[in-house]
Design a protein around this ligand. Structure first.
Ligand SMILES: Cc1cc2nc3c(=O)[nH]c(=O)nc-3n(C[C@H](O)[C@H](O)[C@H](O)COP(=O)(O)OP(=O)(O)OC[C@H]3O[C@@H](n4cnc5c(N)ncnc54)[C@H](O)[C@@H]3O)c2cc1C
Length: 378
């Protein structure tokens, strides 16, 4: 397994449970991949080192899986946003709409108000993110809540992004401010890394940290599952797949800095996209001091951590070529968010990892070659 994140840990455990000897290597000094959590030395707060991670799923098997390795405590993601000097509730809901327009509308009234007085119905077939927003929520809400945040997050104007990024109607006409709709939502009591360490805790699994995968290592193993960057496996020989990266500016505070876990900043002239106050992700713990991350988004250069795949026209063309190269490579299966160049929530990562392990075992049982992908990147 190349990578000690969720993909490598879950596949490794499934195979170890079925009698395989597994080695997991990771170039980082810790397990957990991008879900890594650790206690902040100054405050004692559990920090989500690579950005906030909230577990949510409708997949009962995945929910049972994570609960077998860690206690999950109830947690609902309720995000706030600061826009033009006021604090609002997200996702844009009836509270946001009433506060923003200074009204007391009921659901039907608010829906009619947006459709009849705000939405730009002259746009018949929205092609861009901007047109989609103007068509369904109108200029005022678009400029207050979507425009500046999107420019900061993606580094380009919403008129250059596809309409598909924005849901058809990205507002709610009730007071539901739970960010996710999923049936199962929660936070691991002792953090994600504790859970992943328990997944990896098996006599047939050897974990080697601080160890970068080099292709000549593959010769020592029957098969490689690679959850590193797909283009990195081929030494970026035909170019780099584009990613956005994040910079986190840490600061501590004596007390409660913002009163919630995540505060977005919607205005374009505020350089960061959000502030995360980590102690609010563990409301069952009590800490006097607090640690926060200011989050800045930018294009990933060669030495940056790849976070969000850009997946626009140029990247998809390049991705197609890397997929061809991968399919000509024997003995390696590309998995996870980097190996398949897709944004994957944790529950989807676990689902795909379980399926990949089962797919591998089925191939072995039937004497079939193991494919380069169990999930096609395109
Ligand atoms: C900012 C952000 C916020 C997110 N928030 C949420 C959330 O709230 N809820 C949710 O469900 N999901 C969230 N996710 C998604 C979640 O992070 C992923 O689902 C998960 O990390 C994918 O696990 P993985 O094992 O595929 O990849 P990773 O966690 O990236 O693990 C890959 C590992 O491979 C190692 N590696 C790479 N190349 C090599 C090499 N050549 N040699 C050795 N090791 C190598 C890396 O060091 C890394 O540890 C978020 C993602 C981001 C970017």
């Amino acid at each position: 397994m190349v990578g000690a994140g969720l993909s490598g840990a879950v596949i490794g455990r499934e195979l170890a449970d079925r009698g395989h000897e597994v080695t997991v290597v990771d170039s980082r000094a810790h397990t957990g991949g991008n879900c890594h959590t650790e206690r902040d030395a100054e405050t004692g707060v559990m920090v989500h080192v690579y950005g906030p991670h909230i577990f949510h799923t409708d997949d009962e098997e995945v929910w049972n899986y994570v609960n077998a390795y860690e206690t999950f405590l109830p947690y609902k993601n309720r995000v706030k946003t600061t826009s033009n000097g006021q604090v609002y509730s997200l996702p844009v809901n009836l509270h946001t709409i009433n506060q923003f327009f200074g009204k007391t509308m009921r659901p039907d009234e608010a829906r009619a108000f947006i459709v009849e007085q705000q939405a730009d119905t002259s746009i018949e077939d929205p092609q861009t993110f901007e047109e989609q927003a103007l068509r369904f929520v109108g200029k005022d809400l678009y400029e207050a809540f979507f425009k500046g945040y999107t420019i900061k997050q993606w580094g380009c104007h919403p008129s250059e992004l596809p309409a598909s990024i924005l849901k058809r109607l990205p507002v709610r006409f009730n007071y539901d401010d739970n960010y996710f709709f999923h049936k199962f939502q929660g936070m691991p009591e002792n953090g994600y890394t504790a859970m992943i360490d328990r997944i990896l805790d098996h006599p047939a699994i050897t974990v080697k940290l601080g160890t970068s995968f080099a292709s000549d290592m593959a010769r020592e193993y029957d098969h490689v599952f690679y959850s590193g960057p797909l283009d990195g496996y081929f030494n970026y020989s035909i170019g780099r797949l584009g990613y956005r990266t994040l910079d986190f500016e840490r600061f501590s505070y004596a007390g409660d800095y913002q009163g919630c876990a995540v505060m977005n900043y919607a205005d374009e002239d505020v350089p960061y996209t959000r502030i995360t106050e980590h102690k609010h992700f563990a409301p069952w713990e009590s800490h006097d001091k607090s640690v926060c991350y200011r989050e800045f988004s930018r294009f990933a250069e060669a030495d940056d951590i790849p976070y969000y795949p850009i997946r626009q026209v140029r990247e998809k063309a390049l991705l197609g070529k890397y997929v061809e190269l991968a399919e000509q490579t024997r003995g390696v299966t590309f998995v996870g968010r980097l190996g398949t160049y897709r944004y994957l929530d944790m529950d989807v990562t676990i689902r795909e990892a379980l399926d990949a392990a089962r797919g591998f075992l089925a191939c072995r049982a039937d004497n079939r070659p193991v494919p380069a992908f169990f999930q096609k990147p395109l």
